[in-house]
Design a protein around this ligand. Structure first.
Ligand SMILES: Cc1cc2nc3c(=O)[nH]c(=O)nc-3n(C[C@H](O)[C@H](O)[C@H](O)COP(=O)(O)OP(=O)(O)OC[C@H]3O[C@@H](n4cnc5c(N)ncnc54)[C@H](O)[C@@H]3O)c2cc1C
Length: 387
């Protein structure tokens, strides 16, 4: 058993940390409040190769795995810049295309993922289906060689920044007549695709959208993979990287909050000469949050190692557990940081309350804590499915 990163992973972590700190949380919040994107940070990270660490080298990427991408997600978040687009574009979309795209799709898309010039977001959630993906209502119909997509998606992150959206739709299996899932690469400016921005209570430069697909016409090669049979494995290929990188962002955010809070409580004095951090009522909640974050990091490390070793089934359990643990730990860490900072905790200046919405959302998305508990109860504890 080895808990160490490799020297290359160590170097990556230090370099991403340095980049993140150069931008910092003030930059992130200023962009969010101005309704702007973190384009400078994204572009610089792309030029430095950090956004393509998991893309195969033959397409210009770093040739690493989800372990490396999780390091990038965690360190940027630990610097106060949790970028959700890292989860949808390099973690989900690049993985799906690298693992299940046709040779032509890999050549076309992967170089853009490698340098970050291409952003592809991900659309599965629908208003009526919610957590129940078996109820997806977005349908893809054949029209000659083309596909026509119709349906609605909700909470789709980053559509305004992306060139493409990877849409999960249902198609009809000609042999059985049953509807089966398939993934389509849809240009965000495709005729028939419209969007409306959702008002979210999250301080973030990345936005969520409702998407309306009204007979969006796509060429045959918009379907990910060689045939409709690629749909289900392609969909599953994105899930573990999504959970691992979201968890890494949560752990990084937790570290950021604990660091801000510890700096404050180690110097603030309101009772004579002692710092507030000398009171266990202040120090213990922080220490407790630090333990939870560190435990989540261990599970993230395990999940990423299993995934990169190709042990997808075991990685599924660990990825879900890591996402659960990190979601809870991040929410606890930020809430605790706000509390120990007192009034300062609620100011924008001290940069912790600005993360409350994001960490709260991390307990809901991309898969809610309840759905993870359902998964663990059923697949680890052998309990009967209740829904
Ligand atoms: C900030 C943010 C960004 C997002 N970005 C994206 C994106 O880019 N792309 C995308 O496709 N989606 C995105 N989502 C959507 C997200 O994945 C969904 O919100 C999430 O999967 C939950 O679905 P729902 O909101 O429909 O909740 P529902 O399914 O309506 O669930 C509501 C509540 O009921 C609980 N519940 C439901 N079923 C059960 C059950 N069987 N047992 C126990 N409890 C249950 C849930 O846990 C939840 O607490 C985003 C959401 C947020 C908040």
């Amino acid at each position: 058993m080895n808990f160490d990163l490799t020297p290359e992973q160590d170097q990556l972590r230090d370099a991403v940390r340095a980049l993140g700190r150069r931008y910092g949380h003030d930059y992130f919040v200023t962009k969010a409040k101005a309704g702007e994107h973190t384009t400078e940070l994204w572009d610089e990270a792309g030029r430095l190769g950090y956004l393509g660490v998991n893309v195969p080298t033959e397409y210009g990427g770093g040739g690493g795995g989800i372990t490396e991408l999780a390091i990038v997600c965690e360190e940027l978040a630990a610097a106060g810049c949790p970028l959700l687009l890292l989860v949808v574009s390099p973690a989900i979309a690049a993985t799906v295309i690298a693992r299940h795209g046709t040779g032509e799709q890999r050549k076309r898309f992967l170089p853009g993922f490698a340098d970050g010039s291409l952003k592809v977001v991900f659309a599965i959630t629908e208003p009526e289906a919610g957590s129940n993906f078996h109820r997806l209502g977005t349908v893809a119909r054949r029209d000659g060689d083309d596909w026509l997509l119709s349906g609605r998606k909700c909470y789709i992150s980053g559509v305004d920044e992306a060139q493409y959206v990877l849409v999960v739709a249902r198609t009809e299996d000609a042999s059985t007549g049953r509807l089966k899932p398939a993934l389509f690469v849809v240009p965000t400016d495709a005729p028939g695709l419209t969007r409306s921005k959702l008002d979210m209570e999250i301080v973030s430069p990345e936005n969520q959208f409702l998407l309306y697909l009204d007979d969006v016409r796509l060429p045959a090669d918009a379907l990910v993979g060689e045939s409709l049979d690629a749909g289900l494995p392609a969909l599953f290929a994105g899930l573990n990287p999504e959970r691992i990188t979201v968890a890494a962002m949560g752990a990084g955010t937790g570290r950021y909050a604990i660091e801000r809070a510890s700096e404050y409580t180690a110097t603030r004095k309101v009772w004579g000469g002692r710092t507030i951090g000398s009171h266990q009522g202040v120090a213990h909640p922080l220490a407790h949050a630090a333990v939870q974050v560190e435990l989540a990091r261990l599970m993230i490390h395990k999940a990423a190692s299993l995934y990169d070793a190709g042990r997808d089934l075991e990685a599924g359990v660990s990825s879900n557990m890591a996402k659960y643990a990190a979601g809870e730990a991040a929410a606890l860490a930020v809430d605790t940081a706000v509390q120990v900072l007192g009034g300062a905790g609620m100011t924008t200046e001290y940069g912790v309350a600005t993360l409350l919405g994001a960490v709260r959302a991390g307990r809901i998305a991309p898969v809610s804590r309840e759905m993870i508990l359902n998964f663990v109860a059923q697949h680890v504890l052998g309990q009967e499915k209740s829904y």
